[in-house]
Ligand binder design. Structure first.
Ligand code: NAG
Ligand code: NAG
Length: 752
């Protein structure tokens, strides 16, 4: 038996539901729903991998969809989990770095815990029976094969320790370095640093079918090729129907080589090489001969060319479409500026990327010159095109390229034009918030009123934003610390420094039972089914489902609206306040984006009026604070939340004022004058208490009010005040009524 500690992830993870309304209100940047990790566990939509408790830096994930397994690369360990139940039949391989490598690593001044260990960074499916694995090996990268399969009904999960090989140029030395790799046709493509210091970076191809081990890389002596590149993603993408044209596209950021700017600006890039590149014959031997790169721009256009640039590529996600040659390219970028913190998501089309690679080359006369458009003669075949017998029987391989093609590509690997986002600018930005976006996963969802791309964005503070792009500037969101995200069968796998969790993409029931709540959420995964807010499937009976992702307007969608407005189905509470004392009327709407208005129907009056705040009556985010309660304050208080076009009463509070005179008559012994003075200071003190509460959200107002009530009760206990007994009885009755209404039917069925 294994005993599990409470996993660290419990405190490290945090999920928030964000929703941005159409107009630019101040509430725009606030998540509509904020779900803590505890909320997620309670709603059964989040399952932590309990082995995470050891804090092993879970950062490399490999899904084996066919066998329903998940492989996780962690510090000195590789885990094999069952997707049906992450915590059942867990298998693991312990693979630490060699002792002498750890010693050398320590002597080099590296950290024992966070650097001098074997951090698994490569997990790639090699063939039907084996997975290729590499680890940093305490700054001495090392690779090998894991056998994965079933033998006599037993799961085989074993590292072949007899056939380990060097991981140089396949895996980073430094566990913190960004790094990208992909395995295709048994070849491993990797973009990484090639040495201990991490200065020389390269894009390499290694391994391959056993008859054809052929190692190839970027040319280190050609400094226009890569300059301190940090690789973010590599993907095999076919370009045409001709397999000879198949390319590997890679995304990275690097230091700009434009001498016009003295500072070392960072630029984001897309690059590509041909799969069938074998290197040159006389020059560029075992180097790429088809290497090209172009700038990826993600900026908000400003007046007179004063654009806001997001230059540092952080993550890339390829959303596949029906055409495998044309996935949508989603990129997360951050600003390099030290002055302002911003992140943006930009989307690119492969057609635009290809157009730039088919466009003009950039030319640099010498190191001191700027990049200009190359105007000279372009050799044949056009540098960067893949060799193919179909096009030219004389050029069967890159070794057949004429010398002028080879020397051209050495000096002109950069395209002159840049790749701009599809919509001209970012599809989502976060500016001046105290976190940055670092990760992206996108899911394409069919909803009742259209198709939506839902973005899951990881941040550097350990939250995940769930965002849906609606028409142009309209968005819905959800905010969990992660290093890698993956989507598989409606689940999101989030690996982080502290652990791994499996998270469902939707939690429809958390929006509330009412049609309006479901509709306001604008979550394409959810629709109101006549009874509750539940998972929407395009194939299910259409007519009964209510959903409005585009506008989020419950008035047009929901039949229970009228009733909820006229009959005030809201919570109803009775509050007793003491004259001259402060009273707090709590009202917290479920949605953080709702704006609150208070209405009062004073005792004996027929009409409600909107309550106006003054120095005695203060509106706070948690409710209404009435200082020095007066008799005329008695009445019914309605707290109404307004969101989009939808207004509903969150709570109705019947405030009764216990007159001070009645209190005093039971306290004959007290000195009248001193008491009144105490009262005033007390109420002021209490106001201070309250302010403290608001700034420390761990203490709830409920608790506060409860405490105050008990204090009051204690004080009065020995005085035998008839009034108090009455109050307690009332309170009991009220509780009973509450239970009844809570268990009663809430939503009513509708028909169309
Ligand atoms: C897969 O690759 C491994 C390692 O090279 C080899 O031992 C094994 O036989 C291969 N399996 C198949 C099915 O080709
Ligand atoms: C107001 O509250 C304070 C603290 O509980 C209490 O001492 C005081 O008697 C209250 N005022 C009245 C009028 O009851």
């Amino acid at each position: 038996m294994r005993s599990f500690k409470v996993p660290h992830v419990c405190t490290a993870l945090f999920l928030v539901m964000l929703f941005l309304p159409i107009t630019g209100t101040s509430k725009q940047n606030i998540p509509r729903l904020k779900l803590s990790y505890k909320d997620l566990l309670l709603s059964n939509s989040c399952i932590p991998f309990l082995g995470s408790a050891e804090g092993l830096d879970f950062r490399t994930l490999l899904l084996d969809e066919e066998r329903g397994r998940l492989l996780i690369g962690a510090k000195d360990h590789i885990f094999l989990l069952d997707l049906v139940d992450l915590n059942k039949n867990v298998k693991k391989i312990y693979w630490p770095a060699a002792k002498e490598k750890v010693e050398v690593c320590k002597l080099a001044g590296k950290d024992v815990q966070t650097e001098c260990a074997n951090f698994i960074r490569v997990l790639q499916p090699y063939n039907r029976t084996h997975v290729y694995v590499c680890g940093t090996g305490a700054f001495h990268p090392i690779c090998g094969y894991i056998e994965l399969g079933i033998h006599k009904e037993e799961i085989v999960f074993r590292l072949d320790t007899q056939n380990l090989e060097s991981g140089r140029l396949k895996c980073p030395f430094d566990p913190q370095q960004p790094f990208a790799s992909v395995m295709t046709d048994e070849y491993l493509y990797a973009g990484t640093a090639s040495d201990f210091l991490g200065k020389d970076t390269a894009l390499t191809r290694s391994l391959g079918p056993s008859h054809d081990h052929h190692y190839i890389r970027t040319d280190i002596s050609e400094h226009y090729w890569l300059n301190g590149a940090k690789f973010i993603g590599t993907y095999p993408i076919p370009d045409t129907y001709n397999p000879d044209d198949d390319k590997i596209y890679f995304f990275f950021r690097e230091i700009s080589q434009d001498s016009s700017t003295s500072d070392k600006a960072i630029l984001s890039r897309v690059g590509r090489i041909c799969k069938n590149d074998m290197g040159g014959q006389r020059s560029l031997i075992n180097k790429w001969t088809t290497f090209l790169k172009a700038r990826l721009v993600c900026s908000i256009p400003g007046a007179e060319g004063a654009d806001t640039h997001f230059d540092e590529l952080q993550d890339i996600f390829l959303l596949s479409t029906r055409d495998e040659r044309n996935p949508l390219v989603y990129g997360v970028f951050t600003t390099t500026s030290s002055v302002f913190k911003g992140s943006a998501v930009c989307v690119y089309s492969m057609a635009d990327i290809r157009a730039v690679f088919n466009g003009p080359y950039a030319h640099k006369e010498s190191v001191d010159h700027r990049w200009v458009q190359y105007e000279g003669r372009i050799p044949y075949p056009r540098p960067g095109t893949c060799p193919s017998k179909t096009y030219d029987p004389l050029i069967k391989s890159t070794r057949d390229f004429p010398d002028d093609v080879i020397s051209f590509i050495k000096r002109h690997p950069v395209m002159y034009k840049s790749v701009y986002p599809k919509s001209g600018g970012p599809v989502f930005t976060r500016i001046n918030v105290d976190y940055r976006l670092t990760q992206i996963v996108v899911d394409h969802v069919m909803a009742e009123d259209g198709q939506y791309d839902v973005l899951f964005l990881g941040t550097d503070v350990g939250t995940v934003l769930k965002v849906v792009s609606i028409a142009k500037e309209k968005w819905t969101m959800e905010e969990v610390v992660l290093e890698e995200l993956q989507i598989f069968k409606q689940q999101l796998y989030i690996g982080s420094k502290d652990g791994l969790v499996q998270l469902s993409l939707h939690r429809c029931h958390t929006y509330g039972k009412a049609c309006a709540d479901c509709c306001l959420a604008r979550d394409p995964y959810c629709a109101w089914d006549g009874n509750s807010c539940s998972r929407y499937a395009p194939t299910s009976k259409r007519r009964a489902r209510r959903q409005d992702v585009k506008y989020g307007d419950p008035v047009t969608q929901c039949w229970d609206m009228e009733e909820s407005i006229t009959h005030e189905t809201a919570d109803e509470k009775v509050i007793f306040g003491i004259e001259f004392n402060s009273t707090f009327l709590e009202c917290i709407p479920k949605s953080q984006q709702a704006s609150i208005r208070w209405y009062i129907q004073r005792s004996g009056e027929e009409h409600r009026e909107e309550l106006k705040a003054d120095e005695r009556i203060i509106k706070t985010d948690y409710g209404l604070l009435i200082r020095s309660l007066q008799r005329k304050d008695a009445g019914a208080y309605y707290c109404k939340a307004e969101e989009h076009t939808f207004v509903h009463t969150v709570v109705k509070l019947n405030v009764n004022v216990i007159e001070n005179g009645h209190m005093e008559s039971t306290q004959k012994t007290e000195d009248e004058e001193g008491r009144t003075r105490d009262l005033l200071t007390e109420s002021r003190l209490r106001y201070k208490d309250y302010i403290q509460l608001v700034s420390s959200p761990s203490f709830s107002l409920d608790e506060y009010c409860e405490q105050m009530w008990h204090r009051e009760k204690r004080r009065q206990r020995n005085k035998g005040g008839a009034k108090w007994k009455h109050v307690q009885e009332m309170k009991k009755k009220r509780n009973r009524r509450h239970h009844e209404s809570a268990s009663g039917p809430h939503a009513r069925p509708t028909s169309t």
